[in-house]
Design a protein around this ligand. Structure first.
Ligand SMILES: [Zn+2]
Length: 309
């Protein structure tokens, strides 16, 4: 039976998910589609024990709760709270801070909300990590302002890795197009990735590239020394001297990404700790990559919450 997709707005959300039970049933339906694997014996067929809200392995009898193996595994929060949060996070392009979500949920304590939101951001990142970029790719680094950690202060980091700035590798699938009649040039952009780099060493960047790009890709960068070995991992590496041309043309989309991401993060979170920057970027990239999904984004976030633990 084909599952109908619910286009989600505040009215349909409250109509569909008016109780804890409604959320649980929906979550089970989504989990069934992903399939359940027995942790003990690897069997994939299960009975559903309604009274226990658990699956029971047909082979060994091992029980798997509805939450087990999902990002809700260690959470005491009701499904309804998770659902409301996933709705809030998927309903705006801009995003909400955990503080704002706490306010919307009417929660007294901040910590459980903060933990839930970060788990969702982590799951979004894991979902995007499944895909590698291909074709023509722009690559550059952006420097994001973060609250410097105590460790950085002790180390007295300077220069490119200076406390207060975190470098991030930004990657965008971007195919140049030329209109044959008018000769007008444009670029078709698809998926993005953003990976926080802890060091400024070529080795770390190479690893990031190896894990993010299809080996048949063509990569465009400026002439930074960190990029010397890229050709070992991809089909072709084209470098250009930094200048107006690279900013406006060759690396156009990574630069648009960097300025939009900075504005978004600054607007939502004010101050970001370096160790959480990747999580905030996960959410930003996840939504950007699904920018044409509209109200179906909510469904996708639920899938990510099932598979992203
Ligand atoms: Zn089993």
């Amino acid at each position: 039976m084909k599952q109908k997709i619910i286009n989600m707005n505040i009215f349909s959300f409250t109509a569909h998910f008016d109780s804890e039970e409604a959320c649980r049933f929906h979550f089970k339906e989504q989990r069934d589609k992903q399939g359940i694997i027995c942790k003990k014996c690897g069997h994939t067929e299960h009975y559903w024990k309604k009274d226990k809200w658990s699956y029971e392995c047909k082979s060994c009898g091992f029980r798997t709760s509805l939450r087990s193996g999902t990002i809700m595994q260690n959470s005491n929060l009701p499904f309804l709270i998770w659902y409301k949060t996933m709705f809030l996070m998927s309903t705006t392009k801009k995003g909400f801070s955990a503080k704002e979500i706490q306010r919307q949920l009417g929660f007294k304590r901040y910590e459980p909300v903060w933990a839930m939101v970060h788990k969702l951001r982590k799951a979004m990142g894991k979902r995007d990590d499944r895909y590698t970029l291909e074709g023509m790719i722009e690559l550059d680094e952006g420097y994001f302002t973060v609250e410097s950690s105590e460790i950085d202060k002790q180390k007295g980091k300077r220069g490119r890795g200076a406390a207060g700035k975190q470098n991030v590798a930004i990657m965008a699938e971007s195919t140049p197009l030329e209109d044959l009649e008018t000769g007008e040039k444009s670029k078709h952009v698809r998926y993005f990735k953003a990976k926080v780099l802890d060091t400024h060493q070529a080795e770390e960047l190479n690893k990031t590239i190896e894990g993010s790009f299809n080996e048949k890709s063509i990569v465009f960068t400026d002439k930074s020394t960190s990029y010397v070995d890229i050709s070992d991992y991809v089909e072709l590496h084209i470098t250009e001297k930094s200048g107006k041309e690279t900013t406006q043309d060759t690396l156009k989309w990574v630069h648009i990404f960097i300025s939009n991401a900075k504005r978004n993060l600054l607007g939502n979170y004010h101050k970001i700790k370096g160790k959480y920057l990747q999580l905030y970027l996960n959410e930003f990239v996840y939504k950007l990559n699904r920018r044409y999904f509209g109200e179906q984004l909510f469904d996708r976030v639920i899938v990510a919450s099932i598979t992203g633990s």
